[in-house]
Design a protein around this ligand. Sequence first.
Ligand SMILES: Nc1ncnc2c1ncn2[C@@H]1O[C@H](COP(=O)(O)OP(=O)(O)OP(=O)(O)O)[C@@H](O)[C@H]1O
Length: 635
Amino acid sequence: MTNPVPLSTPAEEPAAAPPEGSGTRARPHGAWRALLPSRSPKLITGLILVTAIGLLGLFGPMFAGDPDAISDASFQPPGEGALLGTTQTGQDVLAQLLHATRGSLQIGLLVGVMATVLSALFGILGGYFGGVVDESFSLLSNVMLVIPGLPLVIVIAGFVPAADRGWWTIAVVLAITGWAAASRVLRAQTLSLRSRDYVAAARVAGEKPWRIVSVEILPNLLPLLASQFVFAVIAAILAEAGLSFLGLGASNSETLGTMLYYAQNGFALQREAWWWFVPPGLVIALFGCGLALINFAIDEIINPKLRNTRAGLAEGGVAAGAAGAPGEPAPGEPAERPAVLTISGLNVVYRTARPVHAVKDVSLTLGRGEILGLAGESGCGKTTLAYAVSRLHTPPAEISSGSVTFHDRDGRDIDLLALEGEELRGFRWAKLSLVFQGAMNSLNPVISIREQLADVLTTHRPGMSAEQRRARCAEVLRLVGVDPVRLDSFPHELSGGMRQRVMIAMAMLLDPQVMVMDEPTTALDVVVQRGILREILRLRGELGFAVVFITHDLPLLLELSDRIAVMKDGEVVEYGPAERLYRAPEHPYTRMLLDSFPSLTGARGAFLRDGAAARHDGRTALPGQHTHLSEGAPR
Ligand SMILES: Nc1ncnc2c1ncn2[C@@H]1O[C@H](COP(=O)(O)OP(=O)(O)OP(=O)(O)O)[C@@H](O)[C@H]1O
């Protein structure tokens, strides 16, 4: 991006700059294989349980004898003649168990499929299409919900003559009475999904409704559908057991429910014949457990954030303190100001299945009141570094080694990586605050600006009176160039530029010594952006805070920063005063970056023109540098 409006040009932000885009970042899609969890113990255990019980139900009856064959050996415990013992009438429990497993699985799976299809049909289509479709589907599901399930099942099952009450009849009855609750959940989720940016984008792009539902919405609902399927299967197996217990079960089928029913009727518990009721109970429990574990794993597959972050650890990850990078200040370029933040040998690794060493041995010193620019192409680790320094990183990101020391005004050195809980909360914002890209979107739309600013003060400065809070809120707003009348506005009543200024004001509320700004103005148009950057420069001069300023935009950093660190693949490849970096870049990557920005006054950048880094000698001036760098050394 070029910066045609130099910082020194008195260009004002228009009162109503157009609101910015959504600020969402698209993650690159990996191959389907990459979506699979590498070694998920949950998935493996779940699959083993479900497959084993499935095979037992599928093939077991072929090898088992007649489950109804009566013999004299009544209540025989497990032993040689009968592996799982016998019932009151001498029937073989193992043979019964194998047939019953098949019967229950048939009913459970059929109900699971039917109930899930019904709930998806009514819930997703109703939620997506809205209007009459939604109203009629909702009416139907509401009616099904208010009718008490079990009595309805009993009535329907009782209505069907026993001779016709096959396992499929019971399955249909259970499915009809069991889809409504799931459909309400799916409808609510679909309503939320259909208003997301990417669905709106697909609609604007002219995608057909069936494609939007199946490609944009359905994949996001898969974890929910999977868990509802699991729930429906388990509920069906249990409901069928209940019906059998009442004598309303499938008349032509042996199920785990009927087994329990006969065990109860045969006084198995009283006669301590545990082998009669424990095996069917255990099969139900293990099957449910297996399905639940598979459900967890499906969640991890669908949602990459849930994937096992320890997989990387098991593989040893990336060695801490990897090969040194030229992160130290070059000799002869010591920090002139006393340091406020010292980052030393910092390594940050994303412990994913394939670990990403995002920050490699970074060492930087931020002087008091200094603006340190952090430049580098997308994905080089700038945000990861900012998050780690602010202790905002969350798993799978892990600081594998290094230190971050904050040198407080009062002379204390604070080890940032050792701060925990209350200490960390108290430190962040009061001494080190942050403004992130698209921060303006984090303002709560239903709370006024005044309340949102005052909230920060109430949390961190509980001793402040309401009057003092009001005065401070007005003061910071004035500082960032927003009229304090706006305190009573709601975020939607402000322009994008104003909202971002409010966020900067919020970051300044507690008079921090360091502000980390990650692309704070990227979402704004260039005129508004320059207005805000000028404010930051002015405030830095007035209030003396130091800034770590992150952007792709090297020309902008050349104007703004005292020193610049250039990052590539997680390493700081060049670090020095902005002026030196511009006049005599040492690293080929810095030269390439400088060459990649076209000049407004000279020849077009070599990178854009040639598609490759060109050696750059006698560089033409970059936008903005005419007005700033050419006037002398940076601040
Ligand atoms: N949650 C994550 N899990 C695994 N890798 C991640 C994760 N977040 C970021 N990364 C990787 O870490 C590296 C650094 O990412 P980071 O977001 O810090 O880059 P950046 O320089 O800030 O990029 P940009 O300028 O586009 O915001 C990239 O390779 C990225 O793919």
